[in-house]
Design a protein around this ligand. Structure first.
Ligand SMILES: [Zn+2]
Length: 566
């Protein structure tokens, strides 16, 4: 072989090697997309439920349909996924310009385009300015990148919480599912504009405390600037926030800032009925997401789901919202989800939450927004109306008429934490049930249990119920169980220290009530065993106060009195 030939061969080989190195493997392509867009979608063939469960625990599953599993991957899950060596397909998505941005707040307020974050903020600020007697703007918290997570309260008593049963709509916890976000702004506007024009709206606003959080994941939606451009499902840390809530069985998640803020907000307001809006499918999804078994109130969930979807069918083009059982499903039946908000609210907080998927498209084209509104607005109102029906009760101490925090339980029926509790401050409770005759048992620490039989629940009706409970030892005032709490110094001037009974630990709700029964403070604190809790009382006016510590899960409740001096 000549020297020249050897050189030629070497040149050829190095060119060939270069060629091979430029062929991109699917794994590399996947990483490229995630680096560019913050996420990537892949599909896998569905083989069996067990393999699907392994996936749903480790990555963000979007849907399972027609024997295909749809998955969204982020920086956080890509390595695990690639290591499994699945035979996956990448869904190359066109970088879409569907989320047409409004040029002004005025245009955004026609609800046919997507607002910028700045416009969204202005619109939310404008509601209480235009309707100060009907609403108040509140902040649930801030996102990882410091954007505000806002909630609007619509009520005839916007500044007083706890007067009426509280209901809650929240949307776009998945940042790249923005249609529900515009629907919620439109709904807030609709309720405020029509309060004095529509009896139906007036009835809702007069009798419920309505809370609307249009955008639960602002970092995902506005991932790339002030307008919606490359929105991500995930928060800024790559977490799927609707897989991030404490799971009832294995609650060991790394909770994200948005989740912690939302959990505190949900605990504070104790919503009796709520919904979380998404897109990507068209279906009304009810508990449980994480168990194949059904919720005790399954018949009721099916009936409110049917009502939602059937009303949609009357107002939509044919074929809209007909996925699974003609537009409704229990969560697990579709695919299991762990750490979803729906199960957390329903199991841990004894609320009733569903997940409503509004459009097959993840990012609905802006031109679709007015149609989605037309299809769904009757059902948005109808879903809230469910909170006006069922049993609305008050539990009192027979002697003092003081509210009693009682467990309201239906023997032989309630299971998986489906019971409800009457409120510590008001004694009020709501229990939504299918039509029929029901036997309720009320139990509370320090009281004889009470059975109330044959309580009739009728379709679309409210059943009022007042329950008086007798204290076991009449000489003990229930509010005066100060022996349990060591409070010092008392009277206090600056800082009050409270030592809770032995073995008390974990998150507790702390409330302070003044002599007129007005709630002065209400927040959650983490109690460490054996360490006293400090409360700053400098700003309280001189007087006597009641302090209550309560844990909704364990039903532990301690209260005591303290005096503030100048
Ligand atoms: Zn979603």
């Amino acid at each position: 072989m000549t020297r020249r030939l050897i050189i030629l061969i070497l040149i050829f080989l190095s060119a060939a090697l270069q060629c091979i190195s430029q062929i991109i493997t699917p794994d590399d392509r996947l990483r490229q997309i995630i680096n560019r867009d913050g996420q990537a979608e892949v599909t896998l063939p569905f083989t069996d439920k067990k393999s699907a469960e392994i996936l749903t625990i480790n990555v963000s599953v979007l849907s399972i349909k027609d024997n295909v599993i749809y998955i969204s991957l982020s920086q956080l899950t890509i390595n695990w996924f690639i290591n499994q060596k699945y035979n996956y397909r990448i869904l190359e998505k066109k970088v879409n310009a569907r989320a047409l941005s409004a040029v002004s707040v005025n245009q955004a307020s026609d609800w046919g385009t997507y607002p910028s974050y700045t416009q969204y903020d202005s619109i939310m600020q404008s509601f209480p300015k235009l309707y100060p007697s009907l609403c108040r703007l509140d902040t649930i918290g801030t996102s990882v990148k410091g954007k505000l997570v806002l909630a609007l309260k619509i009520s005839v008593r916007p500044d007083v919480d706890g007067g009426n049963p509280a209901v809650f709509y929240s949307s776009t916890i998945h940042g790249d599912e923005p249609a529900g976000y515009v629907m919620m702004l439109h709904l807030a506007d609709y309720l405020l504009k029509n309060y004095s024009l529509s009896d139906r709206v007036k009835n809702l606003v007069d009798n419920l405390d309505i809370w609307i959080n249009p955008l639960a994941n602002p970092d995902g939606t506005y991932n790339n600037g002030d307008t919606i451009n490359l929105p991500t499902r995930f928060n800024a840390n790559g977490y799927d926030l609707n897989r991030n809530f404490p799971d009832p069985v294995t609650p060991n998640t790394v909770l994200q800032k948005e989740t912690i803020d939302m959990v505190i907000f949900l605990r504070k307001h104790r919503f009796v009925l709520s919904a979380n809006f998404h897109t990507g499918e068209e279906v009304f999804n009810y508990p449980w997401d994480r168990w194949p078994r059904l919720h005790a109130d399954n018949d009721w969930f099916v009936s409110i789901g049917r009502k939602y979807a059937d009303t949609v069918h009357l107002n939509a083009v044919s074929g809209y919202m007909t996925f699974l059982n003609n537009g409704i499903t229990d969560g697990y039946q579709w695919y299991p989800v762990y750490g979803g908000r729906q199960d957390f609210v329903t199991y841990t907080l004894q609320g009733r939450e569903v997940t409503i998927e509004l459009d097959n498209e993840s990012v609905s084209p802006a031109s679709q927004l007015p149609l989605l509104w037309q299809y769904n607005w009757h059902s948005f109102l109808g879903y809230f109306e469910n909170a006006l029906f069922g049993i609305h009760g008050l539990v009192h101490d027979v002697k003092t008429q003081a509210p009693v925090p009682a467990k309201v339980f239906i023997n032989g029926y309630d299971k998986d934490s489906s019971q409800v509790y009457s409120d510590t401050l008001t004694g009020r409770f709501e229990r939504f049930l299918s039509p029929g005759s029901w036997n309720l048992t009320f139990s509370a620490l320090g009281y004889f249990p009470v059975n109330v039989n044959n309580v009739i629940v009728e379709e679309g009706q409210k059943t009022d119920l007042i329950v008086d409970m007798s204290p076991i030892a009449s000489s003990i005032e229930p509010i005066n169980s100060t022996t349990h709490l060591l409070i010092y110094p008392n009277p206090a001037k600056d800082i009050l220290n409270i030592l809770l009974p032995d073995k008390t630990q974990g998150w507790m709700n702390l409330r302070i009530i003044n002599q007129s029964g007005i709630l002065i403070a209400d927040y959650d604190i983490e109690v460490v065993q054996g360490v006293s809790v400090s409360v700053d009382v400098k700003r309280l006016s001189p007087g006597t106060y009641t302090i209550i510590f309560a844990n909704a899960n364990t039903r532990a409740r301690f209260s005591g009195r303290f005096v503030v001096v100048n």
